[in-house]
Design a protein around this ligand. Structure first.
Ligand code: ADP
Length: 459
């Protein structure tokens, strides 16, 4: 820190001053011997600092990559990009390792060199000082004082050796991280798993219960039958189990009891990669990876052509604003790039799913309201992506429940009501209460005035 550096500087200057005052000849000797040490220290020190920054940068890169991967883990899984993410992280870690090794090598040269020069200087001082004492030109007390001062002057240099200890600590932590990385992940390809081919898209839950901890069920005996192309809206108070239910479809979890069937097959028998490749996921909080717009859209199909990417972006109402970005499709977004509005991010997420052309769609509508223009653009895009696909949507918008073929009302992990909007309203149950609270007021407000502070489109 600057304070310790200041203290070391004062010690250095004060020590030298005292020595000169005591005996200039001995001081002269020290002034001949010390500069090489200082020069060596400065030279290696600067390089060491540069290498340390290098290590820090690479570590930061790998942390960013890890953080993105973890916060977007459902996206990673649903696009079956685990191998790619793993490689990306491995690359970042490798780079930090290479930088750390370079630093360690330099330190291995630096520290012994400085130590050797230091001991050499002390030896020289004792030898010459001893002769002066014998000749009576110096008192033994002064020689001792000189030695003490010399050690004090050497102290600041010795501190640099402390860095080595810190590096050892860092390598120790890295070891723990590697142990964590060795923990097995779920296998994507299981030998003997069914390859369903292109799905038709029917989904059946038969007496499905699910408990995260194996003890306290979050879903209780859920049964439902969804035909290919049907749009099912899930509504219900928060914590009712809507996300848990849809997460069983791409098998982020498996049912504790009962069966989830897709195209009439137990989902557990289907090849996980094949299944997830046919399920599109648009989460509530749109997740963009650090990288270009193009890479983000092509996330599920890295080899997609520019034409295909453009077409998906057009269908997602994203092409126009993307082309207005500083570098169009090559604009970097995410942590280190251009910040996009919530509506823009959602449309990129929709383009990403469109490009994948899934048979099944899982949408988690954002609760935060967009302004009316952005809202309409997102809705249009969603409508296009839903066409002809079996869709489960966790609904927060009136337009969505109106358009759904069927609405499931969940409460406490059970389907308590089921039907169309009109039929459920007529029933006068939970749905009616939710509708008047959640949908009508929110959408009326959104329709008449933009919500203050809501994200505004930045073209
Ligand atoms: P909803 O989507 O309807 O708001 P969720 O499916 O997210 O409801 O949550 C249902 C219940 O399951 C909540 O009580 C929640 O605390 C619990 N839950 C959700 N995810 C997990 C998890 N990963 N581990 C343990 N409990 C969870």
């Amino acid at each position: 820190t600057p304070i310790t550096l200041l203290r070391e500087l004062i010690t250095l200057i004060g020590g030298i001053g005292l020595m000169v005052a005591m005996n200039w000849r001995l001081s002269l000797l020290i002034l001949v011997v010390v500069p090489p040490i200082v020069v060596a220290g400065a030279f290696f020190g600067r390089r060491l600092q540069r290498l340390s920054i290098d290590v820090q940068d690479h570590l930061a890169d790998s942390t960013v990559s890890l953080e993105e991967m973890l916060s977007g883990i459902r996206i990673v899984k649903s696009f079956t990009r685990e191998p790619w993410e793993r490689a990306r992280f491995a690359r970042a870690v490798d780079q930090s390792l290479v930088a750390a090794l370079r630093r360690a090598r330099l330190q291995a040269v630096f520290i012994p060199t400085v130590n050797l020069l230091g001991s050499g200087a002390v030896t020289l001082l004792i030898w010459y000082g001893g002769r002066l004492v014998i000749r009576g030109a110096l008192t033994p007390g002064d020689l001792i004082a000189f030695l003490v001062l010399m050690v004090m002057v050497a102290q600041p240099l010795g501190d640099m050796a402390g860095q080595y200890g810190r590096l050892r600590q860092g390598l120790g932590s890295a070891h723990r991280v590697f142990r964590l990385l060795d923990v097995a992940t779920e296998p994507l390809d299981v030998p003997g798993a069914l390859l369903p081919g292109r799905l038709r898209g029917s989904v059946r839950f038969a007496g499905v219960s699910f408990a995260y901890d194996g003890l306290n069920p979050i879903l209780h005996d859920v049964s439902l039958d969804v035909a290919p192309g049907e749009v099912v809206a899930l509504v219900g108070p928060s914590g009712a189990g809507k996300s848990t239910l849809v997460n069983l479809i791409p098998r982020f979890h498996d049912a504790t009891r009962g069966v989830v069937e897709i195209d009439g097959e137990d989902a557990r028998r289907l090849d996980l990669r094949d299944l997830r490749e046919q399920i599109g996921l648009v989460p509530q909080e749109t997740f963009l990876f650090g990288g270009t717009v193009r890479e983000n859209i092509a996330y599920g199909r890295p080899r997609a052509s520019d034409e295909e990417i453009r077409a998906a972006a057009r269908d997602a109402n994203a092409d126009a604003f993307v082309r207005d970005l500083p570098e169009g499709y090559d604009t970097v977004v995410g942590e280190k790039g251009v910040r996009l509005s919530a509506g823009q991010r959602q449309r990129i997420a929709i383009a990403r799913v469109l490009l994948k052309d899934p048979r099944l769609l899982i949408l988690d509508e954002a609760t935060s309201s967009l302004d009316t223009v952005a809202e309409r653009q997102v809705q249009e895009a969603l409508e296009r992506v839903m066409a002809g696909r079996t869709t489960f949507v966790i609904a927060h918008r009136l337009t969505t429940v109106l358009r759904a073929d069927r609405i499931l009302v969940l409460e406490g992990g059970r389907i308590v009501e089921e039907g169309t909007h009109a039929a459920l309203l007529a029933r006068g149950g939970l749905y009616r209460r939710l509708w008047s609270l959640q949908f009508r007021e929110a959408d009326d407000a959104a329709a008449t005035e933009p919500v203050p502070g809501s994200p505004v489109e930045r073209p």
